[in-house]
Design a binder for this molecule. Structure first.
Ligand code: ZN
Ligand code: ZN
Length: 422
């Protein structure tokens, strides 16, 4: 391993950037229809290909997609989304903790004592989220006196729950029914173990306790008065334990940093040992400050060998089934890349640009379609492709490869990929 390697790497992810042909765009994808001069110029300079992020035809989640792009086999190390959200919320996890994703939601108690979901997101805009989390953080559950109940708020209606104690299991089902008008589900054990049984019982008890404390809180009284949906329960999903995986430093001997707005991406980055930078203005929303993110990335590159830069709004536009918005967000992504390359030394920087999956603007879902990949840098052999899009990159010199290959390819460009054999 060279002690002083001046070569740097950046992985830039446009979340869900791939798409399907859209009839209102005359069969083009939003990426094809967008004006993206910087991405096209880089495609002309570099090498392109198509990426099957997990394997052909398998729609990746953002968590498994990113694990794969960081070079890990998600099938070996994925333990559920909860722990990544918890890490991203800034909570530290112990190996036996059980972590869940949570939503503050609005429910009403029915005659038969069920909680009927009125709004899964309690109106989504929940400026009191952190305060509500504080209200239920650290509560004591009489039947489980040794269990610590930790709640952390992330953004909007989103939060995380961590259960800390002996003899708990992540093999428990969600309480989130995912639909409006459905009843909150009872968590059930997913195996025969006493630990799973105990944890499901604990989850159900904690859920009722959260409702009891939240429903009469002054915050909800105020929201009710203002005609806003009350945040009177926490819906839970994605139970998991901290994945035990070697860090990128262990594997490649590199120092790594992350510039992202969303808790999930920060959490996956932390799980592989990245330093997560605090970047004011970097939100995971449409309004994310791309100038701030580009500056933070360029600055981080001075002190780290590898920086992961995440851009979320391309995915959100597709989930909103809004191809025109996606075009605008691809153009915003292009501006992010343009600003960044104006700030760094391209003679010593290798960049990979791709997506963590396709998100189809037609159905609003992650799909198994491959995504375009672009590698550019001083050691990269260029190909004949001069456009960054799904169709153009299909002709590229990198061919059609798996997501797990991106990290070793970047590291190889930096002469940091360990040799196999003698
Ligand atoms: Zn994603
Ligand atoms: Zn998505």
């Amino acid at each position: 391993m060279p002690a002083q390697n001046p070569e740097k790497a950046i992985l830039i992810i446009g979340d869900g950037i791939g798409d399907r042909p859209i009839s209102s765009l005359k069969g083009k994808t939003p990426l094809e229809a967008a004006k993206k001069p910087t991405l096209d110029t880089l495609a002309a300079k570099g090498a392109t290909g198509l990426l099957h992020v997990l394997s052909p035809g398998i729609p990746p989640g953002s968590d498994t997609g990113h694990l794969s792009l960081f070079g890990y086999d998600a099938r070996d190390c994925y333990t559920g989304r909860g722990p990544f959200e918890a890490l991203g919320a800034g909570l530290d996890l112990e190996p036996t903790d059980i972590a869940f994703r949570g939503n503050f939601a609005t429910v009403r108690l029915t005659k038969d004592e069920n909680f009927e979901v009125i709004d899964r997101r309690a109106g989504r805009n929940l400026p009191e989220g952190a305060e509500l989390a504080k209200l239920i953080n650290g509560i004591k559950v009489p039947r489980f006196p040794k269990v610590k109940v930790i709640i952390g708020h992330t953004v909007e209606h989103r939060c995380v729950l961590v259960l800390r104690g002996k003899g708990l299991s992540s093999a428990v089902s969600d309480t989130d029914p995912h639909g409006h008008g459905d009843s909150v589900l009872a968590s059930t054990p997913m195996d025969e173990s006493p630990e799973a049984k105990k944890t499901a019982d604990l989850v159900n008890t904690v859920t009722r306790e959260f409702h009891r404390l939240l429903k009469d809180s002054p915050i909800n009284a105020k929201r009710k008065k203002a005609g806003l949906p009350e945040a009177n329960i926490v819906l839970l999903r994605g139970a998991g334990v901290l994945p035990v995986i070697p860090s990128l430093k262990d594997i490649y001997g590199i120092s790594t940093a992350c510039v992202a707005g969303g808790a999930l991406y920060k959490g996956v980055a932390r799980s592989v040992g990245m330093e997560v930078l605090d970047v004011p203005g970097a939100t995971a929303s449409y309004d994310t400050d791309v100038e701030a993110k580009a500056k933070a990335t360029a600055k981080a590159l001075k002190t780290h060998d590898y920086v992961f830069l995440h851009f979320k709004p391309t995915d959100s536009a597709s989930h909103d089934k809004d191809p025109m918005k996606k075009i605008a967000m691809v153009e915003k992504f292009d501006h992010l890349v343009k600003t960044l390359i104006g700030l760094i030394d391209m003679d010593h920087t290798h960049i990979a640009i791709t997506g963590d999956h396709t998100t189809a603007s037609t159905n609003g879902k992650h799909t198994g379609d491959p995504v375009p990949l672009l590698l550019v840098g001083p050691t990269i052999r260029s190909d004949d492709v001069s456009e960054f899009s799904e169709r153009a990159c299909a002709e590229g010199g990198l061919g059609h490869i798996l997501g797990m290959a991106v990290m070793p390819m970047l590291m190889s460009a930096l002469d940091r990929s360990p040799m196999f054999g003698a």
